[in-house]
Design a protein around this ligand. Structure first.
Ligand code: IMP
Length: 499
């Protein structure tokens, strides 16, 4: 079946992540936005998310605006929903990018009920949750403190920004909750005014608008953020983000019910998965050592790993200086060179990544990370690497619905062997996912091993996938009681198998 046939008659499609985030939603949200949707909406999180958008051939990383914004000129509406938290400066920077590329955003709508991330939220987040300070390793974007204020019923919404007196009153109240920061409400309001004035025309009652669109028969794409296993409700609490990024949280975050969604698609990286930040990850290659290694963040970034494991000539002092100065253009250029080198070093990396020939789990993980380019879009941190966990996927299936998109098998083409976790040993064997840290930290995963596979990038039919990969997917569906509908076999939209 073709992708278009799968989506054509649907009314509301959601693309959400069934793991710890970063599963490659962008490819499909972009396809659905361009080929199918009239309205593209995000319902949770803020600029802790990150996705690459191609603007006039140039790669840009966006954090708040859904990928669908690039189809504004085609009359498509983009919504930042009521469940989101919005950093005005970050949003304005994304709008600047669009201006620079002469791209329109006339149909952008920002919920009046979304909460505003203020500089004092960011300050508090960085002080309390950075991994260096023993915290959970947040992205440092102020997300947790902003949602904390929302739940404590003292948050400030987008709608509040346009009533100066109310805003000052609320900021004065906030000041009492951030005593370490000596907040000056007038100064905060003045410094944000240019940003809020610019976006004023876009702020709206997006829930009513959403209901109106649906009554008009418009097709709606819900673009998830983060992933189920870091949802505040269902994730590995307290190592989670502060929003409910499940299917239902995403729907609520735009004013809909999960039952309205007629095609929920939960994304799963296969046969490896990743996590950024601290927290339990049973199948992690290298376990706690890998967690500590990746917690070093930029110290172990792509430049370090390419130098360390591939012997590339890289002046790390120069790179650190560029990073410290925020020179993103020069860094992007350097990164292109590194990525080219990685591409031409596949055989060396496979040797390091193969379980039999790997000299240590840290190096095996690093080699898989280099092969798959698993470095954070938002923070550039190395992502922790492990084999796909079918127990966690079944748990996610129970919450996010039965349909899967599997992504990135192409990254491990030609690996000798791959594994899927189908059991946890902890005294007694179990196949249940218990999300508390104690349970997940103490289980020893047991795996089903599969022979490696060759080229998948050019395969168009599920039946033509290499047998070991095809059988592993069939087993995975059986085990999780889910149904893989789509397998992504490369970055291009044509590299898609619809089962
Ligand atoms: P926060 O969302 O910045 O508060 O971070 C809380 C946790 O969620 C940290 O472990 C982050 O690394 C993780 N996290 C937040 N956003 C993302 C994302 O978009 N992808 C993957 N992990 C994320």
């Amino acid at each position: 079946m073709s992708l278009d046939k799968l989506i054509n008659d649907r009314k509301i499609i959601a693309v959400i992540c069934n793991q710890f985030g970063d599963t490659g939603k962008g490819k499909y949200t972009d396809y659905f936005a361009s080929h199918w949707a009239d309205v593209i909406a995000r319902g949770t999180g803020g600029n802790n998310a990150g996705h690459t958008i191609i603007l006039n051939g140039e790669e840009k990383i966006f954090h708040l605006l859904p990928a669908g914004i690039t189809y504004d000129a085609d009359g498509k509406t983009t919504i930042l929903g009521n469940g989101m938290v919005i950093d005005l400066k970050s949003l304005n920077e994304e709008l600047d990018e669009l201006d620079q590329q002469s791209m329109s955003y006339n149909n952008l709508k920002i919920s009046k009920d979304a909460h505003v991330v203020f500089p004092y939220h960011i300050e508090k987040d960085r002080a309390n949750t950075s991994q260096e300070n023993g915290g959970i390793g947040s992205t440092g974007r102020g997300i947790g403190p902003c949602y904390t204020d929302k739940i404590a019923r003292r948050g400030i919404t987008m709608g509040d920004l346009f009533d100066r007196q109310r805003l000052i009153r609320k900021l004065e109240r906030s000041a009492t909750h951030y005593p370490d920061q000596e907040l000056d409400p007038e100064q905060i309001a003045n410094s944000l005014e240019p940003f809020s004035e610019r976006i004023k025309p876009f702020v709206a009652d997006t829930v009513s608008e959403m209901h109106r669109f649906i009554n008009q028969g418009k097709k709606v794409l819900l673009e998830g953020a983060q992933g189920l296993l870091i949802s505040i409700e269902h994730g590995t609490y307290p190592f989670v983000t502060s929003s409910d990024c499940s299917l239902s949280g995403t729907a609520t975050g735009v004013g809909l019910s999960a039952r309205d969604v007629d095609l929920p698609l939960g994304i799963i990286k296969f046969p490896f998965m990743t996590r950024v930040g601290a927290g339990p990850f049973p199948t992690e290659i290298g376990g706690r050592d890998s967690e500590s290694y990746c917690a070093k963040g930029l110290e172990h970034d792509i430049f370090y790993e390419a130098k360390e494991y591939l012997g590339m000539q890289i002046d790390l002092n120069e790179i650190r200086e560029l990073q410290a100065n925020g020179n993103s253009e020069a860094l992007a250029e350097k990164r292109v060179g590194v990525v080219d080198h990685i591409r031409s070093s596949k055989d060396t990396l496979l040797d390091l990544a193969n379980t039999e020939s790997a000299t240590s789990p840290i190096i095996q993980g690093a080699a898989m990370r280099l092969l798959a380019g698993e470095y954070g879009a938002t923070t550039a941190r190395p992502r922790r690497i492990g084999w796909t966990d079918a127990i966690a996927a079944r748990y996610a299936r129970r919450i996010n619905g039965p349909y899967f998109i599997l992504t990135k098998p192409d990254c491990l083409e030609n690996i000798d062997e791959f594994r899927i976790c189908t059991g946890y040993r902890n005294g007694n064997d179990t196949t249940e996912f218990r999300k508390d840290e104690q349970s997940l930290r103490t289980v020893a995963p047991t795996y089903t091993s599969h022979k490696g596979y060759g080229n998948v990038r050019n395969v168009k039919e599920f039946e033509n996938l290499p047998p070991s990969l095809k059988n592993a997917i069939v087993d995975f569906d059986k085990f999780t009681e889910g149904e893989t509908l789509i397998v992504s076999t490369g970055p291009e939209s044509e590299q898609t198998i619809v089962k």
